[in-house]
Design a binder for this molecule. Structure first.
Ligand code: ATP
Ligand code: MG
Length: 841
């Protein structure tokens, strides 16, 4: 499985992967570790990431950004409607009522759901991970803001599915950072010691998230979290844009907001200015040439004035900090460290306010931009069986209290109860008991609208189906398991009916639960919830906050419950019960149905294919363009003497024609047209290029052949002179060598002679390859004859032993030791033992 973490930020994304050496943030095709959260739509393809961001001015209406905030939201959502008016691109309603974006794509107006757009971004990030890991990627962990509600989380999960990803966990931004911190820190308190309390602050582009975590070795427990979604880098950009819009209206009489292109440029420049002000407190300029109506604009600002303009924003820094301290009832002295991350955490005034609140220097142990992605990759590695990571259990919190409501015949109205209070540990399951004769519905909802950054409290409706009365006609006991899962999403995960069957002795079964007669009694449910909460506390006392353990122990609880279901008397009477699983029908708020998901997945695949084809077409076009420029340069450079004047002129003309064609008729052609064009040009260019290459290679090849001729010639001359070294060689064979050498020499001289009379602009008389072949031929004919070893003379016996231990082939150093008579015996073993190590070297 792949081990990948994706930080899908409002403005930028990061990809971290686990490789043998550890966790690594990987770069995209531009060698940049940051991939902008932008998707741009064109007449032939989509561009995603950096390529899309570069089109934000030129193709502003079809370049979308900042879409993360529309996940899981209805088009009619006031938040969406408010955002719509300030967007350069258009929003539209999906048939299901959710938010879509309207763009021109492939020369048609198209509406894509937010899940589809995020899936496009995720596909790009997936590609980056795949390029780094050199294998397909599916399993991953994806970050989301800790304040995302169920609908928003489910929408991100759907986007992952459309992109072909298997998201093992949606991880809250600040929790991912906390995990990275926990794994990075070696000095955490032992499990039995007082935990270390650390506050994490992520100041991103669209949100300001704070959470408090308790650490022990191998254990991380989130205690509480708070946020402000009006306090991120973008809100500071807004202040600057507003300031300069007003200034330019006065100074230049320009209505910037009336021109989307100008507005986008102003946003870009304001962001740059904001970043500069973080590092510099003096006056800084903002200049934009040809801004609107051919007017160049300029302005300036300094940090002091900027902070004045942002006073209202900066005042919001404290509230979430106060909130987490109140939620957790911690005192400032309890806080060991305050770790900050996120791009906008670099704004000095934000840091000052946070630091002042805690009366502490802020800590920046982690990489402010990459910590979230790294935390996600670490979580993925922990979940992966293929990676060995130190175990680290994570207990999350439920950010908003969740209640269930249902109609109750007994109370003649609606009953409800809170199943997960705020900051309840998660993931977690609880079992609730109902007494019913027929199918019934539960509605899950957030019970505190005041703190919910979402207009609709409903999570979903869950209908427990196939509920029937007991054979006796009484209500059946129905156990319903509700759960907040690893993604932070609520569900009714299972339901079962406890059917009482007759005892083995044929006795009438005894009543199992005495209050069963009081049909659909609210108290029953409450007690069960209480009981589940009790178990929950027990779990905490046992310090079993790990997800898996929690699940097992919850399962254990269920088992226990099953045992306890039967009161002691009932057990004596041997009443048998049968557990029947019940189907549940979900109707979740803004959930995409399976059919839509399949269609989107299929379309994403088609769009990826279309992008690929378009890239190939563009590449083919680029190759033609590159060839034109390259050859034009070379024809008057290195290739000049390898082409006749007439040919050079006609080829130059052809190149010029092609260049013009590329700007006109050839601007937009099929891939094959470009391929054919290149072949046509190469037909003229390649012979010239080949002559040049030949001229470069030929002298080298002749040199090598000449060297070999000399070598064999020396041998047979020495042989003829009766040199002792060669007197063992065969005479007939040596004659063959002489003949071969002479023939080759004649061949070489002849070719060299002819070639020297040939112009460089004509094809050579002999190719380097032919000369090399000749060299090979000479070698094969002669080498085995002249290198025949001299027969050995039998040496006397003692000398032979010495020779075996003697130095061989330059290994004198190491072998000299083995010749030592004292170590003689051990020597072979030592040499053998050393071998593997040498192999590794
Ligand atoms: P979110 O977490 O809200 O989804 P994100 O993860 O995309 O958004 P980050 O990448 O953490 O956000 O931060 C981006 C923001 O940080 C941008 O507003 C950017 O302008 C701002 N930023 C980056 N560097 C600096 C700097 N040196 N000074 C001020 N602001 C900066
Ligand atoms: Mg972020």
């Amino acid at each position: 499985m792949s081990v990948v973490g994706f930080d899908v930020g409002f403005q930028s994304c990061y990809v971290a992967v686990a490789r043998a050496g550890g966790i690594e943030t990987v770069a995209n095709e531009y060698s940049d570790r940051c991939t902008p959260s932008f998707v741009s739509f064109g007449p032939r393809n989509r561009s995603i990431g950096a390529a899309a961001k570069s089109q934000v001015v030129t193709n502003c209406q079809n370049t979308v950004q900042g879409f993360k905030r529309f996940h899981g939201r209805a088009f009619s959502d006031p938040y969406v409607q408010a955002a719509k008016s300030s967007l350069v691109f258009d929003l539209a309603q999906m048939p299901t009522g959710t938010t879509g974006i309207k763009v021109m794509y492939m020369e048609e107006e198209k509406v894509f759901s937010i899940e589809q757009v995020t899936a496009m971004l995720l596909s790009k990030l997936k590609e980056t991970a795949e390029a780094a890991l050199k294998k397909p990627v599916a399993d991953c962990v994806i970050s989301v803001p800790s304040f995302f509600t169920d609908a928003e989380r489910r929408s991100v999960m759907d986007a992952a599915q459309i992109a072909g990803l298997n998201c093992l966990r949606l991880m809250n931004d600040t929790t991912a950072v906390a995990l990275a911190y926990g794994i990075y820190k070696q000095d955490l308190p032992a499990p039995e010691e007082k935990p270390r309390i650390v506050v994490f602050v992520d100041v991103g582009h669209a949100a300001y998230q704070v959470s408090v975590c308790a650490f022990n070795k191998g254990k991380l427990k989130v205690l509480g979290s708070a946020f402000d979604h009006e306090l991120g880098g973008k809100d500071f950009d807004e202040v600057l844009v507003k300031h300069f819009c007003e200034e330019f209206a006065q100074k230049y009489k320009l209505d910037v907001r009336s021109k989307p292109r100008a507005l986008v440029r102003l946003y870009q420049e304001c962001e740059k200015l904001k970043k500069l002000m973080s590092a510099n407190s003096s006056d800084l300029p903002l200049n934009i040439e040809c801004f609107m109506n051919d007017i160049d604009v300029s302005g300036k600002l300094n940090r002091g004035k900027f902070e004045e303009l942002c006073a209202d924003l900066l005042d919001k820094v404290e509230a979430p900090l106060r909130s987490i301290m109140e939620q957790t009832r911690l005192k400032k002295e309890d806080i060991y460290a305050v770790e900050i991350i996120g791009g906008a955490s670099r704004i000095p005034a934000i840091k000052e306010r946070i630091s002042k609140f805690f009366g502490k220097e802020l800590s920046t142990t982690l990489n402010a931009d990459e910590a979230v992605a790294r935390g996600c990759a670490l979580q993925c590695a922990i979940l992966s069986p293929a990676f060995k990571v130190r175990e680290f259990s994570i207990t999350e919190v439920v950010p908003y209290p969740i209640s269930l409501k249902w109609t109750s015949a007994a109370d003649e109205g609606i009953s409800d109860c809170e199943v997960f209070p705020k900051n309840h540990a998660a993931p977690f399951s609880k079992v609730l008991t109902f007494y019913r004769r027929e199918p019934f519905s539960l509605e899950a909802y957030y019970n505190n609208m005041k703190e919910l950054p979402y207009p609709d409290p409903t999570i979903g409706q869950f209908t427990i189906q196939k509920v029937v009365p007991q054979p006796s006609g009484e209500s059946s006991k129905v156990k319903v398991k509700v759960r907040v899962n690893v993604h932070g999403v609520f569900s009714v995960s299972s339901a079962s009916l406890v059917e009482v069957v007759k005892s083995a002795e044929g006795e009438e079964p005894m009543e199992m639960d005495n209050p069963a007669k009081e049909d659909e009694n609210k108290m029953q449910v409450d007690q069960e919830v209480q009981k589940a909460q009790g178990d929950d506390q027990k779990e905490h006392a046992d310090k079993k906050s790990d997800t898996e353990e929690m699940e097992t122990s919850t399962e254990d609880n269920k088992q226990e419950e099953k045992k306890n279901e039967q009161p002691p008397q009932a057990k004596k009477a041997k009443v048998k019960t049968k557990i029947v699983d019940l189907p549940i029908e979900n109707s979740l708020n803004w959930q995409l149905d399976g059919e839509a998901l399949n269609l989107f997945t299929e379309n994403e695949g088609k769009m990826i294919m279309q992008d690929k084809l378009e890239k190939e077409r563009n590449d083919a076009k680029n190759y033609v363009e590159e060839y034109v420029y390259e050859m034009r340069d070379k024809l008057h450079g290195v290739l000049e003497s390898f082409v006749s004047e007439a040919d050079r002129d006609s080829f130059s003309l052809k190149l010029e024609d092609t260049e013009n064609w590329l700007y006109e008729e050839g601007e937009d052609q099929q891939k094959q047209v470009y391929i054919d064009k290149l072949v046509e040009l190469k037909k003229l260019g390649e012979p010239i290029q080949n002559r040049y290459t030949e001229a470069e290679e030929r002298p080298k090849a002749f040199d090598e052949l000449g060297r070999q001729i000399q070598q064999y010639r020396k041998v047979f001359e020495a042989y003829k002179a009766k040199d002792e070294l060669y007197d063992h060689l065969d005479e007939l064979e040596m004659m063959k060598v002489e003949k071969q050498v002479n023939e080759t020499m004649t061949w070489m001289n002849n070719k060299m002679n002819l070639q020297s009379k040939q112009s460089l602009s004509q094809d050579p008389v002999v190719k380097a390859q032919e000369i090399q072949a000749k060299t090979k031929e000479l070698y094969s004919a002669c080498n085995h004859i002249v290198t025949k070893p001299k027969p050995k003379v039998e040496p006397p016996k003692e000398e032979m032993a010495a020779e075996q231990n003697g130095p061989v082939n330059g290994q004198e150093g190491s072998e000299a030791q083995t010749a030592n008579p004292e170590k003689g015996q051990a020597a072979p073993e030592t040499t053998e033992a050393k071998l593997p190590e040498m192999d590794i070297d």
